[in-house]
Design a protein around this ligand. Structure first.
Ligand SMILES: [Zn+2]
Length: 432
């Protein structure tokens, strides 16, 4: 049997995959027939250098084998990977799917999947709506990234924020299982159990929480097997409090500036810290980053949204270089960087998901290498969700979530846009 087949086989394979889809566009169950990705350059998401001329065997939704090309096992279906680069499916570890009409969210999710994003982490919203999307993807009723989400905690005064009111319909604000108000007298064990019952993989600490509340919630969430994500300042809780508490990930690089300022209760001013007087390389910030590295606390910088979506004014002119510098230093000191967009997709601007922009700004703004940026958007993002044993890297036993690219993303991060094929759980979802 010939070990090298032609692109004709590739096309036929895809036609068969399309035909296997059920009625109404519902995807079929994982293919019974193994697929061989033949002679591809493998970028596995761990930060390891690209490996040229590799074969990857996909069987029953998982990566069954990885071996040098032509030495690997044969398969009935072959995808010709010559000249292509395989990366893990991209993971946006900061989205808000929101409560817009179902059709719009479904369309956005489908675009995100077509754009190479195979999982997303929703960092607070109405868990009924988010869980519905999660289930629809799992059931094959909706083509989209796998959806994971958190349950949010804040102090009582946070629950006049209109976003919390909208996400808690049917409950008094602060009393929804996925969006709870806590005080010093809250039964934290019960509150975390209720949060866990929403199907969340983690909790998010948002605002109006002090250092004691941050610590109690974090300890109990970990005891119950949940990840702890926090806005990098919880007003009055500061970044260092969250690190001391053992939070898993701090969101929004600019909020680290609050480590160098007096405590504030004003979460509304969160994006307008004192960037003029707290230098990114000041002892307060460097000490914080060293503590994050030592304690294994990740940083979810969300650079793109601060650089592009917030008003350009006297604060943003200082904030943008500050957040780039602090993210660069975090990477240098060994802090795990996790990519996220805080938006997912803006189809009126770009048909591809914003994660491609975030990866680009991690490289061009914060000075990560392209491989470090890819790790931020794959392995590290899976870790933040708590699904790294299943997703985020191209390794034997992992879910076959991958993207084949027509250009080398390790040479130029913009090549993550050169998408030739997207596979999720071993199923080719693009081309359809
Ligand atoms: Zn957010």
């Amino acid at each position: 049997m010939r070990m090298i087949r032609t692109r004709v086989v590739f096309i036929l394979t895809l036609a068969a995959a399309s035909a296997a889809r059920g009625q109404g566009g519902a995807p079929a169950a994982p293919r019974a027939v193994p697929i061989l990705v033949r002679d591809v350059t493998l970028i596995d998401g761990t930060g390891a250098p690209p490996r040229a001329h590799m074969d990857m065997l996909i069987d029953r939704g998982r990566i069954a084998a990885i071996a040098p090309a032509a030495a690997g096992p044969a398969a009935d279906s072959v995808i010709d990977g010559r000249g292509l680069y395989a990366i893990p499916g991209l993971i946006d570890a900061h989205v808000h799917l929101g409560t817009d009409p179902w059709a719009q969210r479904a369309a956005d999710l489908e675009r995100a999947l077509q754009g190479g994003v195979t999982s997303v982490f929703d960092l607070a919203g109405d868990a009924r709506a988010t869980g519905d999307l999660q289930r629809a993807v799992l059931a094959g009723q909706l083509a989209g990234p796998h959806v994971y989400y958190v349950a949010l905690f804040g102090g009582p005064r946070f629950f006049t924020d209109p976003r919390t009111v909208d996400a808690s319909r049917g409950f008094a604000p602060g009393a929804a299982p996925w969006m709870q108000a806590v005080t010093d007298t809250t039964d934290v064990r019960q509150a975390i159990a209720v949060a866990r019952g929403t199907g969340a993989t983690g909790i998010k600490l948002y605002a109006a929480l002090d250092s004691l509340e941050d610590a109690r919630l974090t300890a109990e969430a970990h005891r119950q097997g949940l990840r702890v994500i926090a806005h990098a300042t919880t007003f009055p809780g500061r970044p260092g409090d969250l690190v001391a508490a053992g939070a898993d990930m701090l969101a929004h690089a600019p909020y680290l500036v609050w480590q160098g300022s007096p405590r504030s209760d004003d979460y509304q001013g969160r994006a307008r810290g004192d960037f003029a007087h707290v230098a990114a390389d000041s002892p307060a910030i460097t000490g914080l980053l060293r503590a994050m590295a030592a304690r294994g606390v990740a940083l979810n910088p969300t650079l793109w949204i601060f650089a592009n979506e917030l008003p350009r004014d006297s604060v943003s002119r200082l904030r943008t270089p500050w957040m780039y510098a602090v993210t660069r230093e975090a990477q240098r000191l060994g802090v795990r960087i996790v990519a996220g967009t805080d938006e997912m997709i803006a189809p009126e601007r770009d048909s591809l998901p914003i994660l491609h922009d975030e990866l680009e700004v991690l490289v061009r703004g914060a000075g990560l290498t392209p491989l470090q940026a890819i790790t931020a958007g794959t392995a590290n993002a899976a870790w933040a969700i708590g699904v790294d044993s299943l997703r985020g890297t191209l390794a034997v036993g992992k879910a076959a979530d991958l993207v084949l690219l027509g250009g080398d993303p390790a040479a130029d991060i913009r090549n993550t846009r050169a998408i030739r094929l997207v596979m999720q759980d071993g199923r080719v979802v693009r081309p359809r």
